[in-house]
Design a protein around this ligand. Structure first.
Ligand code: MF3
Ligand code: CO
Ligand code: CO
Length: 334
């Protein structure tokens, strides 16, 4: 995402104080927007993906309703659900494939190539992150204090005591997305293992609540409660999302209880979305590095994330990105 001014012809313009804000849709499926903020002298302050929690912290509330369309949560048809199952299986298979390769001494650039080649050559699909709003690689590799969107790099080698999230999103030939991420512990780290375990528990506890009629805020509360009970904080600047033919669709899935009333929708059968809590040992605040992508904890504390793509069924939840290393028997009905 190298900022060179206008995002696209259809970009909408907003002016707040001396700042100019440009907002553009990625494509017709996208409910999220790219945004760029310029100072009055024309210099660009920032460029990124629009998310309600981010906007909340930086703009007056009126601006949000101006920019966002009304909530539009797609209900998948039975045919689409089949295609989502295939996309989910594929994303899970990438994480299963890469697991034995994640070891001390291996570079994240190498892991990226292995995933890219597997997705393209073995699965016949596309790595969705590649070129997504300018993202340069096929997976995200987020190590230690990197919250999310870490960029794989040949010179970045894993070392003992590191913890790392690998985030995989596959777009199938049929055009549907499967999005999942998991933590890897390199060598031994007591603090890293505890954080990773509690973060996965946050994901699982919220997944267990998923069924028609449940509100998004209930999922968020379960995550926030478990994180705080363990002395951790919840990242607010990034959230989960609806998923389907679009990489990021409505609704936004917050992992803390920060819903505006109109965004706190009830789940319904046929909705597909991700839950992807990012949990910190220290402070919840994040910042994005100058590469425009890498999000880190402001206090440089350790952070972890786990993510699944889910389908709301008539009776509960189906985990579309379930892996063979997981015991999901705690999910009563699916
Ligand atoms: N997979 C991430 C998610 O969970 C999004 C990565 S976007 C990228 O939503 F461009 F950074 F790859
Ligand atoms: Co996601
Ligand atoms: Co992801």
């Amino acid at each position: 995402m190298t900022g060179n001014g206008a995002l696209q012809e259809s970009a909408q313009l907003y002016t707040m104080d001396s700042l100019r804000v440009e907002v553009a849709r990625h494509d017709s499926h996208e409910s999220w927007c790219a945004y760029a903020i310029f100072q009055s002298d024309g210099s660009q302050l920032t460029l990124g993906l629009l998310a309600v929690p981010l906007m909340r912290t930086r703009f007056p509330r009126g601006a949000i309703t101006q920019i966002r369309d009304s909530m539009n949560v797609p209900i998948k048809t039975p045919e689409e659900i089949e295609l989502m199952r295939e996309a989910g299986r594929q994303a899970a298979s990438v994480l299963e494939m890469i697991t034995p390769h994640v070891q001390a001494g291996v570079s994240t650039g190498h892991l990226d190539r292995l995933c890219h080649d597997y997705i393209v050559n073995e699965l016949g699909s596309t790595p969705a992150p590649l070129n997504y709003h300018g993202f340069p690689k096929s997976i995200c590799t987020s190590i230690n204090h990197v919250v999310c969107h870490g960029i794989p790099d040949d010179s970045k080698k894993l070392k003992k005591g590191d913890i790392m999230n690998i985030d995989v999103t596959v777009k199938t030939a049929a055009g549907y997305h499967g999005d999942s991420s998991m933590m890897f512990i390199i060598g031994e780290t007591i603090q890293g293992e505890r954080l990773s375990r509690v973060t996965q528990e946050c994901l699982y506890k919220s997944m267990a609540l998923v069924r028609p009629g449940v509100r998004l805020s209930e999922l968020a509360q379960a995550i926030e409660h478990h994180a705080k009970a363990n002395g951790y904080s919840v990242v607010q600047d990034f959230c989960g999302h609806g998923i389907g033919a679009g990489f990021h669709e409505d609704p936004q899935i917050l992992h803390y209880d920060g819903y505006a009333p109109e965004a706190d929708i009830e789940l319904a059968a046929g909705m597909c979305f991700t839950i992807e809590p990012m949990i910190n040992v220290g402070d919840y605040r994040t910042k994005v590095l100058r590469d425009g992508w890498t999000a880190v904890t402001k206090d440089k504390g350790l952070t972890a994330q786990w993510e699944h793509t889910l389908l709301v069924t008539e009776t509960g939840v189906e985990v579309l990105t379930a892996r063979s290393d997981e015991d999901l028997s705690f999910l009563a009905s699916s």
